[in-house]
Design a protein around this ligand. Structure first.
Ligand code: AMP
Ligand code: GLY
Length: 421
């Protein structure tokens, strides 16, 4: 079978590596892809939002399955376009992807169906939002309703900061129309856990847990980023927490979406905060996490194509999801200055070291092939994942491995998984 993957980040590279292991697959295409993906797939020069062009390509090249890695095309309805043309595709339809596309929708869904989450109010009027803040408890969290590259969440410690935040989101429109509606939410504390789940509209199967490190700097300082590193599994996700989430969060979310006529097929990413009062949902995403995928997929034992097909066919209940006992740690190498200003086009060296080495993966994100070699082409440049017997060993291997890959403005966090070992 031929497979088309849509996206160009480390997540899509991790998906491609898993797909390449499937016995059912003999050719992989990726649109638009990156320099690393190009080593195992044929990259196609079509961007993720060109739905009809992508569908034309899938039709012409007899693609057996298209896999969508990114949020924008899912929220924009790429699955509906493919299905209308009779093309097989893995991901939620537009009316299900809204669970990520609108935070106000997802909060209202959780409230309606009693799924644990932070207390909140939605606002479309800035005056009302400002008035509400006057009596609210600080710190408080403001969230742009729509997609904002993971950057539309403001944690405000004082009333002044919160008021400025409302102005930034709703009046200055820093994230455009994403800020037309905002969610103002209770501030929660606890360990954060990401659980990615396969879903077939009725059944939901959670994968192994992971933890992201979203802030740019060590010690969780600095600005929020797309993610600077991950580890999997996280010891805070105990059997007791898992059981609670399965009973009170995962299945109830599937049932709620079905009851709303929005059956969810694809990957549901549940961002959890393990609070003193129990696990609560921070956010839902409608796709694999990035860089969560870079530690979860390398540990998955199943044939990913079989699992995705079971999701599309509604037979996920027959799948026995299995993960290796090994732990995995992913350290993101970024361009210094990310997520604000940074330079691109720096030559990257040291690839050869990893060729054929078991338990090491170099997942490309912002890279580009030039005639001189592979150069940096984004804020997050690549993710180096290592697997080990436990978190301590995986972490040691990942941090040894990152020494081999070099470019002029290389930047990374040095404390991924540190608090645990
Ligand atoms: P989100 O995109 O909703 O996951 O938010 C991004 C990050 O902001 C999360 O990973 C948390 O670290 C933080 N965050 C979001 N909502 C809250 C909240 N209610 N309380 C505390 N931190 C939050
Ligand atoms: N790593 C967080 C996300 O993919 O949204």
């Amino acid at each position: 079978m031929k497979v088309l993957i849509v996206g160009s980040g480390g997540r899509e590279h991790a998906i491609a590596v898993s797909v390449a292991k499937s016995s059912q697959v003999d050719k992989i295409y990726c649109a638009p892809g990156n320099a690393g993906i190009a080593r195992i797939a044929e990259c196609v020069d079509i961007t993720a939002m060109e739905f009809e062009k992508l569908a034309d390509f899938a039709e012409k090249n007899e693609i057996g399955l298209t896999i969508i890695g990114m949020d924008d095309p899912l929220v924009g309805g790429i699955v509906d376009v493919f299905e209308k043309r009779g093309l097989r595709i893995f991901g939620p339809r537009k009316k299900a992807a809204i669970i990520e596309g609108s935070k106000a929708f997802s909060k209202d869904l959780m409230k309606k169906y009693g799924i644990p989450t932070a207390e909140y109010e939605n606002f479309t009027n800035p005056e009302e939002a400002l008035a509400y803040l006057e009596t609210a408890k600080m710190p408080i969290v403001l969230k742009a309703d729509g997609l904002a590259l993971g950057k539309g969440v403001l944690i405000c410690n004082t009333l002044e900061e919160a008021k400025a935040g409302v102005r930034t989101l709703m009046l200055d429109k820093q994230f455009g129309d994403a800020g037309n509606t905002i969610v103002i939410e209770e501030y929660m504390t606890g360990h954060e856990v990401s659980v990615l789940c396969y879903c077939d509209g009725t059944h939901i199967k959670p994968m192994t847990s992971a933890q992201d490190h979203k802030r740019a700097k060590d010690g969780d300082k600095g600005l929020n980023t797309g993610g600077m590193g991950t580890f999997s599994p996280t010891p805070f996700y105990t059997d007791e927490v898992k059981k609670f989430c399965e009973e009170k969060i995962y299945q109830p979310t599937m049932d709620a979406m079905k009851a709303e006529g929005r059956d969810f097929v694809g990957i549901l990413f549940v961002g959890l905060m393990l609070t003193e009062a129990g696990p609560k949902v921070l956010e839902y995403n409608a796709r694999f996490g990035d860089p969560e995928a870079q530690v979860v997929l390398p540990r998955m034992k199943n044939d990913v194509i079989e699992v995705m097909n079971a999701c599309i066919d509604g037979t996920l209940d027959t799948v026995d999801l299995q993960f290796e006992d090994k732990a995995a740690v992913c350290v993101v190498l970024a361009s210094d200055g990310y997520p604000e200003h940074y330079e691109k086009g720096k030559l990257i060296t040291g690839w050869d070291h990893f060729d054929g080495m078991e338990d090491y993966y170099v997942f490309h994100a912002g890279t580009k092939q030039t005639k001189d070699g592979i150069v940096t082409n984004g804020g997050r440049v690549l993710g180096v994942t290592a697997k080990g017997a436990d978190l301590k060993e995986a972490r040691k291997k990942a941090y040894e491995a990152v020494k081999y890959i070099n470019f002029e403005n290389k930047y990374m966090r040095t404390d991924i998984g540190k608090e645990l070992v």
